[in-house]
Write a protein that binds this ligand. Structure first.
Ligand code: CAA
Length: 240
């Protein structure tokens, strides 16, 4: 039986590349999405990967959605917490709503997805939790107090889960992508984006597939001794 992988935000951007790479590596893959029905339908048509719509910020929706995925594909072995949003604004203009939207999706969403899956992984003595954090969780970013806080929080989650899951054969790791050519980065004003690319020693944005390959490795048996780690994939823009 192939292992089952669940990728949140898995029908677009970095998530779509992750879903595809896991499928190519032999996993049975389910991808969640929050709102863009058209993109999800097109993704399923192109790849054959089944998509499920729910809001990771809602615990009950995660419980119900996960139950449906497990009924369709079997117990989830690999969870990739990739779903994330930005609501950028300089701090003096940031609204409580912008703060809560980002924290609820990017940080609480990780809790909401991981918590219902944890008991099953513990029982089966195998699991892989992979969180897509961000370079901006490591270094902070102008206009991203909310986003940087959520992504830094992700790093605390993996370091703690790593200690709790290790004896049950579960690993938890984070990947911190730098600036990757996705809709999220393309939404940054062009002038600002150009100045960001100028700070990347590699001289270009990253490709979603460059993150997906890290995920496939962390999900594999070969990565069993890697636990609580953070892999930076940012073209040399920032060193921890
Ligand atoms: N550093 C220093 N100053 C900056 C800055 C930066 N990175 N970005 C903008 N500023 C300055 C501007 O020059 C401007 O200054 P002046 O008023 O002196 O001209 C000021 O901040 C902007 O003020 P505004 O009132 O115009 O700001 P705004 O309310 O219109 O907001 C913005 C604009 C949201 C900050 C916009 O510039 C923006 O989106 N910046 C990009 C933020 C960013 O990098 N986000 C990352 C998104 S990608 C991602 O998150 C994926 C990932 O994980 C890597």
């Amino acid at each position: 039986m192939p292992r089952v992988a669940l990728v949140t935000g898995g029908s677009r951007g970095i998530g779509a590349a992750i879903s595809n790479a896991l499928k190519d590596a032999g996993y049975s893959v389910a991808a969640t999405y929050a709102g863009n029905d058209e993109a999800a339908a097109e993704f399923t048509k192109q790849t054959g990967i089944k998509t499920y719509k729910w809001n990771v910020a809602d615990y009950a929706e995660c419980q119900a959605g996960i139950a449906q995925v497990e009924a369709d594909l079997g117990p989830v072995d690999v969870l990739v917490n990739n779903a994330g949003i930005t609501r950028d604004a300089p701090f003096h203009k940031m609204t409580p709503e912008q703060w809560h939207q980002v924290i609820d999706t990017n940080l609480t969403g990780v809790f909401n997805m991981t918590h219902p899956l944890w008991p099953g992984m513990r029982e089966r003595k195998f699991g892989r939790i992979i969180i897509i954090s961000s370079i901006n969780g490591q270094k902070g970013q102008f206009a991203q107090v909310n986003y940087a806080a959520s992504k830094a929080g992700d790093l605390g989650i993996v370091k703690s889960l790593a200690q709790e899951g290790a004896r049950a054969g579960i690993t938890a790791n984070a990947i911190c992508p730098g600036y990757i050519a996705t809709d999220m980065v393309m939404a940054v004003p062009e002038k600002v984006r150009d100045s960001i690319v100028a700070q990347i020693p590699t001289g270009r944005l990253g490709e979603p597939e460059e993150i997906a390959r890290c995920v496939v490795f962390l999900a594999s048996d070969d990565a069993g001794f890697i636990n609580g780690s953070t892999i930076s994939a940012n073209g040399g823009q920032f060193f921890v």
